[in-house]
Design a protein around this ligand. Structure first.
Ligand code: ADP
Ligand code: MG
Length: 624
């Protein structure tokens, strides 16, 4: 038999590797903008056509490249930014992995024009499929221009995965904003299909933020500024009135790099506790600067997730800084000062810290909770299904020890567990409910209802989500849900990227009863809502819908319409903790068992558990 292992050809290997770094036009935007920043540019222009699918071009006035470097730049692992492994721990540049240009060249047609100040002539290079197809000297302005054309032209399967232009464009705008916010002393512009969408002159950090978030933020921002030996935190937080129902304007930068951190976000939310309504989100743009040795930015290919050497301290510090700012501007009761002082006084924050302290922090429970799974900012949903419940489940489903908790967090999990089979005994053939009116409520969350051979325990929220999910699906597929006209049309002001998202959703929203019209830049008028949205609550409902949709937006499993329906079902459902009248319970349980799949919530969790009589007798150690 002949041997069968072969090395992949370079261009295929490159295409595969590119998948990590370049997933969509927005990924290229991020990488090219960051390269321009790293090149010391003071002026950076981004040009996109067809939401980046046809063209992404970045023009900078940075230091440019020599002829040899220009060619070298497209090799995998080619970087001018690190030389030794130690350099990884003092990174001050945005890039360092030397993968971006190689990846882009593997999956698009690339043109590079570059010239250094000292050189008379510049270099022009054309690359396709990782191969240089043209290279020549040329006249060029100082700096670099890179165009990426027809992304994934040679990987049609991936091209097909690209979303509608509005979605891709929203992501591009998000990436653009993240870089532009981090560098207010660089001029940035964004031109899309020939129209200049952003034109950001050099200014102070606060001016840049207002330029981006919009003028209505002016005078509504409070400055945050704390310095210690360990780290500095600067930036702005929105006054309570800028809090939104939708998690719109929340930005964290660590050493000028935008990062996603549910953990730090939690710290800010905590500081706002009691100052803004429970279901709204504060706005903030915060910049954390600390010794690069204290962060690991190499935990994720796109570097949006990072790992702090000591997250617990960062958390305490962020929370303290935000509280302090709120107190200073008399937004929070000054009582908060005492807490603030406590944290400020922590040795860890006020002094450079010792290895003993580090050890103590690392072995603390809090630290462990947050660093589990080696994920930078992973927060476990509070697992309220303790040991006992698990045993109960095991009892009902022998052999299925992997039973997961039916607990759900309030925000939609973007990766709902896909259950092939339920770990519970939910046997529809034998289950019969004879009288729906006998139910009673437990803990304002469950409905207990007797069945033909035992009883069932219904989770009211999950059950109602199932009911609404089927109702909306039917409506979206057959006829539109009746709309209730708003008596007074309500205007809605959104951030740029939320506005793009909503625009994209309008048609589908109409099929499920929302009548919303665009009204000038980033504004919309709500003309009507589905009949079951409570009047007076329309704005909140739409904001929540956008927020929840965002949690789904990277999930390719569902169509846009299905995502929307899932969000609606979640949003309009009766929530856990809500007390129900007898009629409401009856109506809900009747509707549940009229569903085509009554036993599973749209997310794949059980809607009820069945407790059969023979199980019960066994549990009590009795033969029947
Ligand atoms: P990295 O940024 O991680 O070093 P890239 O693949 O993004 O890797 O870029 C490779 C190299 O090409 C960079 O290290 C830099 O030397 C050079 N380069 C890329 N873009 C520019 C630019 N706009 N101006 C000057 N040099 C650049
Ligand atoms: Mg780079």
């Amino acid at each position: 038999m002949s041997d069968i292992i072969q090395l992949l050809p370079d261009n295929i290997a490159n295409q595969i590797a590119a998948g990590e770094v370049i997933q969509r036009p927005a990924s290229a935007v991020k990488e090219l903008l960051e390269n321009a920043v790293d090149a010391g540019a003071t002026k950076i222009k981004l040009i996109v056509n067809d939401a980046g699918k046809a063209l992404v071009q970045v023009i900078d006035n940075g230091k440019g490249m020599s002829e040899a470097d220009a060619r070298m730049a497209f090799e995998r692992h080619a970087t001018s930014k690190i030389r030794h492994i130690d350099d990884l721990f003092r990174i001050k540049t945005m890039g360092f992995r030397g993968e971006a240009l190689a990846s882009i060249a593997a999956v698009a047609q690339v043109e590079l024009k570059t010239r250094r100040a000292a050189d008379e002539l510049g270099t022009f290079i054309e690359i396709e499929n990782s191969k240089v197809i043209k290279q020549e000297a040329c006249a060029a302005p100082e700096g670099t221009s890179i165009s990426m054309k027809n992304l994934f032209f040679n990987v049609p399967a991936r091209r097909n995965f690209l979303k509608a232009n509005a979605t891709e464009m929203r992501q591009i705008v998000d990436e653009f904003i993240r870089v532009a916010m981090a560098f207010p002393d660089i001029f940035f512009s964004l031109t899309s299909n020939g129209q200049e969408v952003f034109h950001l002159e050099v200014g102070t950090g606060k001016q840049r933020i207002v330029q981006i978030l919009g003028n209505n933020y002016h005078a509504k921002l409070v400055t945050v500024s704390e310095e210690t030996d360990y780290m500095n935190i600067t930036g702005v937080i929105g006054k309570p009135e800028t809090a939104r129902k939708s998690r719109g304007d929340q930005y964290f930068f660590v050493n000028n790099r935008f990062i996603k951190s549910a953990y730090l976000n939690h710290a800010v939310n905590n500081a706002f506790d009691g100052i803004i309504p429970k279901d709204s989100y504060p706005s903030y743009v915060l910049y954390i600067d600390l010794d690069p040795a204290q962060v690991d930015i190499n935990v994720h290919p796109t570097k949006q997730e990072i790992k702090f050497e000591d997250e617990k301290i960062i958390y305490a510090f962020v929370q303290a800084a935000v509280k302090h700012a709120l107190a200073q501007f008399s937004i929070a009761p000054s009582l908060d000062f005492s807490l603030n002082a406590d944290i400020q006084g922590l040795d860890a924050v006020s002094k450079p810290f010792t290895s003993d302290q580090q050890q103590a922090a690392v072995s603390s429970n809090l630290y462990k909770t947050f660093t589990q799974k080696h994920q930078a900012h992973f927060i476990e949903p509070t697992n309220r299904s303790g040991g006992e419940l698990k045993q109960w489940k095991d009892f009902y489903a022998p052999g299925s020890n992997e039973a997961e908790s039916a607990e759900q967090s309030q925000v939609i999990d973007s990766n709902p567990p896909v259950r092939e089979s339920l770990p519970f005994d939910v046997d529809n053939d034998t289950l019969k409910i004879t009288d729906y009116s006998t139910g009673f409520q437990l803990h304002h969350t469950y409905i207990v209802l007797s069945s033909n051979n035992g009883y069932i325990l219904i989770h009211q929220q999950l059950a109602h989500e199932r009911v609404l999910f089927e109702r909306y699906s039917a409506a979206a597929n057959n006829q539109q849900v009746p709309t209730q006209k708003s008596l007074f049309p309500i205007t809605l002001e959104l951030t740029g990227s939320d506005a793009i998202l909503l625009t994209e959703l309008l048609a589908d929203m109409q099929t499920i009863g929302y009548h919303i019209e665009p009204f000038g830049q980033n504004s919309f008028v709500i003309q009507g809502t589905p009949a079951d949205v409570v009047s007076g609550d329309e704005k909140h409902a739409v904001e929540m819908l956008i927020e929840q949709f965002k949690h789904f937006s990277n999930d390719i499993k569902f169509s846009r319409r299905e995502k929307l329906i899932r969000c609606m079902a979640r949003q309009q459902s009766i929530k856990s903790g809500q007390s129900l009248t007898q009629q409401e319970m009856t109506a809900l349980t009747e509707a549940l068992f009229a569903c085509s799949i009554p036993n599973v919530s749209p997310n794949g969790n059980p809607t009820y558990l069945e407790f059969k009589e023979d199980y019960l007798t066994k549990m009590f150690g009795r033969e029947r």
